[in-house]
Write a protein that binds this ligand. Structure first.
Ligand code: 2F8
Ligand code: CA
Length: 389
C-alpha cells in the first residue's frame, strides 16, 4: 500500500505538475493506467526475494512504461506546447500587429479627436455666428414680413394694374399688328427711299464736286474781279487824269494857237519865240521878259536839235553866259551848265566873249561864245500857264 501510495503520490505529483491546467480529460486516462499498474504490482509481491525482484522488475517495467508513457505524453504535450507556443507566438505577433494597428488607430483617433476638437471650436464659433445671423435674420424676417405685407397690397394693386395692362396690351397688340403692317410698308418705302437717297447722294457728291470746282472758279473770278476792280479804279483814276490832261492839252492848244498868232512856236518842250530882229544879248533878254518869257535854256540833246532845225542856217542868242565869272557858264535861271553842246573849239572867249549863241548853220551846229553886245537874233522860251509848264 505504501508503494501504491508513493506511486500514486508521485503520479499525482507528476500529473499535478505537468498537467494541472487545461488537461482534465487526459488525467482520467492516466489514472486508470496507474491503477492497473498498481494492481499488477500488488499481485506479484506475495513472495519476498523473487517477488521483490519481480516486483522491482515489474516496477521497473512499469516505471519504464510509465516513463515511456510520460515521455510520450510529454512528447505529445511538447508537441502540443510547441504548437501552442507557435500559436501563441503567432497570436503574440498578431497581438503586436494589432497593438501597432491599435497604436496607429489611437494616433489617428487622437488626430481625429484634435480635428474634431478644432471642428467643435469652429462649429461653436459658427454656431455663435449663426446665432447672430439668426437674430439678424429674425429681424430681417420681421422686416421682410412687413415688406411682404406691403408687397402683397402692392401686388394686389399691381394685379389690378396688370389686368388693366393686359387689356391695354391686347389693344396695343392689335395696334402693333396694324403698325407692323404699316412698318412693313414703310420698310419697303424706306428701302426705295434708301435707293433714291443713294442715287441722290451720288448726285449730291457730283454736285459737291461741281460746286467745289465752281467755287474755285468763283474764287478765281472773284480774284479776277478784284483785280479788274482795282484795274477799273486805276483806269478810272487814269481816265480822270487823262481827262485832266486832255483839258490841259486843250488849254495848251488854245494857248499855243493864241501864242502862234504872236509868233510863238510850240515844240515838245514848250513855246519858243525865234526873233527875226537882231539885238544884243541883254536887249534880247529884255524882249523875252517883256513877252513874259526868258532866253531859252537848253537841257537836252533833243531840244537842241529841234531848235537847231527850227532856227535854220542862222545864229541866235540863248540864255547862257559867263559874265560874272569868266569860264563859269550859268543859265539865266541861275542853274549851272551841266550838259553843253558847244561847237568844237568853242568856247574860245575870242575877244571877250561872255554870251552864248546857237548856230543852226549847215556845216556847224551847236553853241558859240561871242561878245554880248553883238547883235544877232534870239530865242525866247515861255512856259505854259498850265501846271504842266
Ligand atoms: O563872230 C565871232 C566869232 O567868229 C568866228 O566864228 C565865225 C570865231 N571862230 C573861230 O575863230 C574858229 C568865233 O570863235 C567867234 O566867236
Ligand atoms: Ca567864240
Amino acid at each position: 500500500m505504501e508503494m501504491r501510495q508513493v506511486i500514486v503520490k508521485n503520479f499525482h505529483l507528476v500529473s499535478y505538475n505537468r498537467f494541472n491546467s487545461r488537461e482534465d480529460n487526459d488525467d482520467n486516462d492516466e489514472d486508470n493506467l496507474a491503477n492497473q499498474s498498481i494492481r499488477n504490482i500488488s499481485s506479484g509481491c506475495n513472495t519476498s526475494g523473487s517477488r521483490y525482484y519481480r516486483l522491482s522488475a515489474v516496477c521497473l517495467t512499469l516505471l519504464c512504461v510509465l516513463l515511456i508513457s510520460a515521455v510520450s505524453v510529454l512528447w505529445v504535450k511538447f508537441n502540443n506546447l510547441t504548437t501552442k507556443n507557435t500559436d501563441l507566438q503567432t497570436h503574440y505577433s498578431n497581438l503586436i500587429l494589432e497593438k501597432e494597428q491599435l497604436q496607429t488607430s489611437y494616433e489617428n483617433l487622437t488626430f481625429e479627436r484634435n480635428q474634431l476638437q478644432i471642428m467643435y471650436s469652429n462649429l461653436n464659433r459658427d454656431k455663435d455666428q449663426l446665432q447672430a445671423s439668426y437674430n439678424n435674420l429674425t429681424v430681417e424676417r420681421d422686416r421682410l414680413q412687413t415688406s411682404y405685407n406691403n408687397l402683397t397690397v402692392e401686388r394686389d394693386r399691381l394685379q389690378t394694374s396688370y389686368n388693366n395692362l393686359t387689356v391695354e396690351r391686347d389693344r396695343l397688340q392689335t395696334s402693333y399688328n396694324k403698325l407692323s403692317v404699316e412698318r412693313d410698308q414703310l420698310q419697303t418705302s424706306y428701302n426705295n427711299l434708301t435707293i433714291e437717297r443713294d442715287r441722290l447722294q451720288t448726285s449730291y457728291n457730283n454736285l459737291i464736286t461741281v460746286r467745289d470746282q465752281d467755287q474755285a472758279k468763283c474764287k478765281e473770278l472773284a480774284n479776277e474781279m478784284a483785280k479788274l476792280q482795282t484795274n477799273y479804279s486805276t483806269m478810272a483814276n487814269q481816265k480822270d487824269q487823262l481827262q485832266k490832261e486832255k483839258d490841259e492839252i486843250q488849254n495848251r492848244l488854245r494857248e499855243i494857237a493864241a501864242q502862234a498868232k504872236l509868233g510863238w512856236v510850240y515844240f515838245s518842250f514848250g513855246l519858243y519865240f525865234i526873233s527875226t530882229e537882231k539885238k544884243s544879248w541883254t536887249e534880247a533878254r529884255a524882249d523875252c521878259r517883256k513877252k513874259g518869257a526868258d532866253l531859252v535854256i537848253i537841257k537836252t540833246k533833243e531840244e537842241e536839235e529841234v531848235l537847231v532845225k527850227q532856227l535854220g542856217n542862222d545864229k541866235a542868242w540863248i540864255g547862257l553866259n559867263d559874265r560874272p565869272v569868266e569860264g563859269t557858264w550859268k543859265w539865266v535861271d541861275g542853274t549851272a551848265l551841266t550838259t553843253a553842246y558847244w561847237v568844237p573849239g568853242e568856247p574860245n572867249d575870242s575877244g571877250n566873249e561872255d554870251c552864248a549863241e546857237l548856230w543852226g548853220l549847215l556845216d556847224k551846229q551847236g553853241w558859240n561864245d561871242r561878245p554880248c553886245n553883238d547883235r544877232v537874233r534870239w530865242i525866247c522860251e515861255k512856259p505854259f500857264r498850265t501846271s504842266q509848264w
